[in-house]
Design a protein around this ligand. Structure first.
Ligand code: AMP
Ligand code: GLY
Length: 428
């Protein structure tokens, strides 16, 4: 098969790494990719949101399967455009991607179908939203309705903070049209965990759990990022809780989407809060993403023993019902190395040494999130999150130790990472 992966981050490197290993894959492209991805795929200089050129490329090159990494092209309708051109694509239609593309849509759907999550109200008028915040008090959560590159959620500890978030989104236009409407939500207290499933329109095939670390610095302090590290499985999601997530959240959502005439195909990424209840811990849905997480994808695929390509095809073809996947029992853990300054301003072009040596350990795979190569073949940092140093081990402590051994082999003075990825699970 000729396969095209869309995107350029560590997630897409992991996808290309897994797809390139499949005997079903004869030709692999990635648009736009990065220098690390170029080790597995032919990189094509087309941006992930340039739908016209992506469709033209796929048609012109006889692409049999497109695998879409990021949410933006999904919400824009890339899968619909490819389908219209007769090309199979892994990922939801625009109508189904609304689960991530509109928080108000997601909340209304869950309310209608009894899927448990935080209480909420939707607002298109800033004054009404503010009056609601004043009446409710804090803590309270303000969310821009649309896609905001991970910056649209404010967990407000003071009324002023919540009011400012409403002003920024609705009046100052910080997120453009994505912030014209907001969801104001009840604050849930508990431990966060993510759960992933492949979905084929009416059946969900569970993948695994993962936990990421969104804060930039050790001890979960500092500004929010796209994710500084992740591990899978996440022990907080016990088998009993996982069964509840599938029965109470994932399966009802898949049914609801089908009933609404928006059947969901692709990977469903449920962001969950495990809250304490009178009958013990219980999972509540915080949010849906309609794609793999980054860096969660890196740890999931490092644990997957089965060929990924047949699973993606089964999702596209509505054939997940009798599909099975095999997993390595090990824990996988990914440490993100970012350019100093991230998630604020950072420089590009600094030299990274030691990559070959770091990847020599069999337990370690270094995925590239943003690298380039200079004329001498040296690796250069080319973005905020730059590398995902991923390792497996018999348990989370062993995976963590192997990942940091590899990190310590790298020589990149302009980069940094957190030193405590996995601390919750190690503590458990
Ligand atoms: P994002 O992934 O950018 O949508 O960020 C959402 C983050 O905000 C989650 O990962 C949680 O940490 C937090 N969050 C979202 N909704 C709630 C809620 N209802 N209660 C508490 N924290 C929340
Ligand atoms: N790491 C979180 C995300 O991909 O949304």
């Amino acid at each position: 098969m000729n396969i095209l992966v869309v995107g350029s981050g560590g997630r897409e490197h992991a996808l290309c790494w897994a797809i390139a290993a499949s005997p079903l894959c004869s030709r692999l492209w990635c648009a736009p990719g990065n220098a690390g991805i170029a080790e597995q795929a032919d990189c094509v200089a087309i941006a992930a949101d340039d739908l016209d050129r992506l469709v033209d490329f796929a048609v012109g090159h006889g692409v049999d399967l497109v695998v879409v990494g990021p949410e933006v092209p999904l919400v824009m309708g890339l899968v619909d455009r490819l389908a219209a051109a007769g090309i199979k694509a892994f990922g939801p239609s625009a109508a189904a991607a609304a689960l991530e593309g509109s928080k108000g849509f997601m909340k209304d759907l869950c309310a209608r179908y009894g899927i448990p999550g935080a209480g909420y109200r939707r607002f298109s008028d800033a004054e009404a939203a503010k009056a609601h915040v004043r009446a409710q008090g804090v803590p309270i959560v303000v969310k821009a309705d649309g896609l905001a590159a991970g910056k649209g959620v404010t967990v407000a500890r003071s009324v002023e903070e919540a009011l400012a978030a409403i002003d920024e989104a609705m009046l100052a236009g910080r997120f453009g049209s994505a912030g014209r409407e907001v969801v104001v939500e009840e604050f849930l207290d508990g431990e966060e965990v993510s759960f992933f499933a492949l979905v084929d329109g009416d059946h969900a095939l569970p993948l695994a759990s993962a936990q990421d670390h969104k804060a930039a610095y050790d001890g979960d302090t500092g500004p929010n990022t796209g994710g500084m590290g992740a591990y899978s499985p996440a022990p907080v999601l016990t088998p009993a809780l996982e069964a509840r997530v599938i029965a109470e959240i994932v399966t009802p959502t898949v049914r609801a989407m089908a009933a609404e005439g928006r059947p969901f195909t692709g990977v469903l990424f449920a962001g969950l809060m495990i809250v304490a209840g009178p009958d013990g811990p219980r999972p509540l849905l915080l949010e849906y993403n309609v794609r793999f997480g980054d860096p969660e994808c890196q740890v999931l695929l490092r644990r997957l023993m089965s060929d990924l390509v047949p699973a993606l095809l089964a999702a596209c073809d509505g054939e997940l019902k009798n599909f099975q996947l095999r997993w390595y029992p090990e824990t996988a853990l990914c440490v993100v190395m970012a350019a100093k300054g991230y998630p604020g301003d950072y420089g590009k072009g600094s030299v990274i040494e030691g990559l070959d040596q770091a990847g020599r350990d069999e337990a370690v795979t270094v995925f590239h999130a943003a690298t380039a190569r200079d004329a001498d073949g040296r690796w250069l940092a080319n973005g905020g999150r730059v590398l995902g140093v991923t390792a497996t081990g018999a348990n989370v402590a062993a995976a963590q130790a192997a990942a940091y051994r590899a990190v310590d082999v790298l020589r990149w003075p302009d980069g940094f990472c957190r030193r405590d990825i996995g601390w919750r699970a190690v503590g458990r």
